[in-house]
Structures are given as C-alpha cells and as structure tokens.
Ligand binder design. Structure first.
Ligand code: DOR
Ligand code: ZN
Length: 379
C-alpha cells in the first residue's frame, strides 16, 4: 500500500440537477459522490429546471446548496434566449457564464448570432468594469464557458477575441477542435479548454457494448479523435467530468417500454481520479499532469481559494474493479462498470476535518461552502 497525500480535486463541470431533477441527483447525493472520488470542489452547471438564469435563481440555488453540500460548490449562471442577460447584476456570485450553442440536455440553447454578440459584449463590459477573478481579485468575473462543437467553436473564438472575453471550451472531443484550440493559443487567444475522462478513455468502438449508457453530448468520438486528445495533452488545461446523471430507466435499461429519446449524459465525478491514476500507472500520464489539470488549472481559471488543509489520502496501489453497486451517485451506475482500476480514496479532509473515510461520508449536509456568495456584499 502506498498512501499519497494529494490536494482535493476540483471537478469544474458537474450537473447536480437541483432544482428540478432531484430524482437524478441533488446537492447532497452529488457532493457525496464527489468526496468518494477525492473531489473537494465542484462547479455546478445551470441546465436545471428552472435554469440558473437570473439573480433570484442564482440565489435560490445557492440557498439550496448551502443546506446540503458536503464539499465546496461554485454555481454557473446560464444564458437563455428569453432572459438574455438577466444574470448580469449577480454575475460575480457565479463561477462563470455557461453558454450552450450545440446539442444538449434541457432548454438552454442559444442559436442566434445576434444574441451571442450581445452575451459576449455585455460579459466583456462587466469584466472590463470589475476585472476577471484570480487569486488577487476574488470578486471579479469568471470566464465564459461554452459547449461549442465543430463549426460553433471558431464562432465562439472569434467573439471572445472581438470582445476580449476569456473563453473556456468545455468537453473538447475532436481532432479538428483540439488542433484549432492549439493554434488559437499559439496566436494568444484568451482560450482554455477541458476534456472529460469518458472522451479520453472511451470511443465509438465502445458504443455497441454500452448502448444508451455510452450516449452523451458531445458523443463519443472516433479512435483517431481520441488519439488527437492524447497527442495534444499540453493544449488541455483541465480534466473535468461533465457528471450528468440520468436514471437507468430514463436510459431505457430494465423498462418494458424504452423511451424514444433517452437523455444524453453519463455520471463521472467519482470515477475520474481512479481512471486518471490508472493512466499514471500505465505511464500514459504523470501525476503532475493530473494535478495540474484537476487542481492548479481550475483553481487559477475560476479564481478558487487555495486550501492547504483540504486534502485527500489515496492508496495508489489499490487495484479493484469499478462497479455500479459501489457508486454513490443517486443513479447508481457508471459507463466504466467492470473496468479494473488503480487508486482508492481512503480519506478526505476538508478544512482540517475528516469528511470521508473507508467509504463513508462523515460530514453533515451543509458543511461544504458555496463559493463567491460574498462577492457583491464585500466590495
Ligand atoms: O451529455 C450531456 N448531458 N451533455 C450535455 O451537454 C448536458 C448533459 C446533461 O445535463 O445531461
Ligand atoms: Zn455538461
């Protein structure tokens, strides 16, 4: 047994589903799953019901989270067609602005170039006023994070450049996309990007085995696309899971009449660390590359507090098989079921307290922090 002490991970892309879809996950079950995966900070996406698109809805989500979370959580604001920049007065209490311009789950989808101009312009104006968040400026704005696939990617790069807005591209999957981002970085665009473990470790070749449990947006890509992600590791700033739980019944498993259009998305917050440590074990990644992408880079991009007394203890030699029954997510499954991995989270310390040990959560609901909520009060 080799017990390593590592910083608590950040998962900068999770869907904790509250309010509106608590049968899939809520702030308690989702953050319990996070702790089981060695993750001590999660950033929650806005495609809930209702979507997190106004100051009142941001505040309501923060209140719900404050009562339930067992790890720290930041909350994204979301851009909607009907209340286009309603979130602006509370923008600093969000970890960033999420814009969906490609096919996704839920009602948040912008497909009008005029609206996109307006979103980038107003976020850029606000950013010029209050500054962007970093360790020195905890009350600034976060980046604009976009789900932009294929031809929508250069559209967002151009708008970020024109309005001088830091742009973060979530879940990149294709060779064409990662190569475009590499070139944009070489030309000093303000762009960062993230890749999910499922797009690193699964491909179209796994689809027949996984069925609907391998369906997410972006879809699993070809082996050549996956190879391109690994070839361009230096261009990938962040690994984040896009933890997007849907129940097995919603996915059409074990039901008499399968749904016509099962919702896309797979859970992932509790399997990221063992999958990455298994890649370290196989010499495909170094531990430093993992920590840069799961701790340092997301802390820097989102201006997250550095917490020296928040850390995890991981037995990096522990070898076991991932299993649905062991998952803490409310939906109780993983697309990585039956995959052998290395690396078990033994203990998690949050601000000096042991909050997870031997598979059990010891923290009370509400003991995690909701980040950035004092951004307006303290200015
Ligand atoms: O597969 C996905 N599921 N992609 C998304 O963009 C959204 C997510 C969800 O919320 O289920
Ligand atoms: Zn997502």
């Amino acid at each position: 047994m080799t017990l390593l002490r590592l910083p608590g991970l950040v998962d900068a892309h999770v869907h904790l589903r509250e309010p509106g879809y608590e049968h899939k996950e809520d702030f308690y079950s989702g953050t319990v799953a996070a702790l089981a995966g060695g993750v001590t900070t999660v950033l929650d996406m806005p495609n809930t019901q209702p979507p997190t698109a106004t100051p009142a809805l941001l505040q309501d989500k923060a209140r719900r989270a404050a009562a339930k979370v067992v790890c720290d959580v930041g909350i994204f604001a979301g851009a909607t067609n009907n209340e286009i920049d309603a979130y602006l007065p509370a923008a600093q209490t969000a970890c960033g602005l999420k814009i969906y311009v490609s096919d996704t789950f839920g009602s948040l989808r912008i497909d009008d170039l005029g609206l996109l101009h307006r979103l980038f312009r107003t976020w850029g104006e606000k950013g010029a006023q209050v500054g962007y968040r970093d360790a020195q400026h905890p009350h600034g704005l976060g980046p604009v994070a976009v789900h932009a696939e294929e031809l929508m990617l250069p559209v967002c790069l151009a708008l970020s450049d024109l309005y001088d807005v830091p742009l973060h591209i979530v879940h990149v999957t294709r060779r064409s996309e990662i190569e475009l981002i590499r070139r944009a970085k070489a030309h000093n665009y303000r762009v960062t990007c993230e890749v999910t473990p499922h797009h690193l470790f699964l491909s179209t070749e796994d689809l027949s085995r996984l069925g609907t449990l391998g369906d997410m947006r972006p879809r699993l890509a070809t082996p050549d696309d996956v190879a391109a992600l690994w070839e361009n590791l230096e261009t990938i700033d962040i690994f984040a899971t896009d933890h997007a739980p849907h129940t097995l019944a919603e996915k059409g498993i074990g039901v008499a009449t399968p749904p016509v259009a099962p919702p896309p998305g797979v859970p992932g917050v509790e399997t990221m660390l063992p999958l990455l440590l298994t890649a370290v074990h196989a010499n495909r990644l170094t531990l430093d590359q993992v920590l840069a992408r799961c701790v340092t880079a997301p802390q820097k991009l989102y201006g997250l507090p550095v917490q020296p007394d928040t850390y995890i203890e991981v037995d990096v030699d522990a070898e076991y098989v991932l299993q649905n029954a062991a998952m803490k997510t409310r939906v109780g499954w993983t697309p990585f079921a039956d995959i052998p991995v290395f690396g078990r989270v033994e203990r998690v310390h949050l601000r000096g307290q042991v909050v997870y040990e031997a598979g059990q959560v010891l923290a009370a609901p509400g003991s995690g922090h909701v980040l950035f909520q004092d951004a307006l009060a303290d200015q």
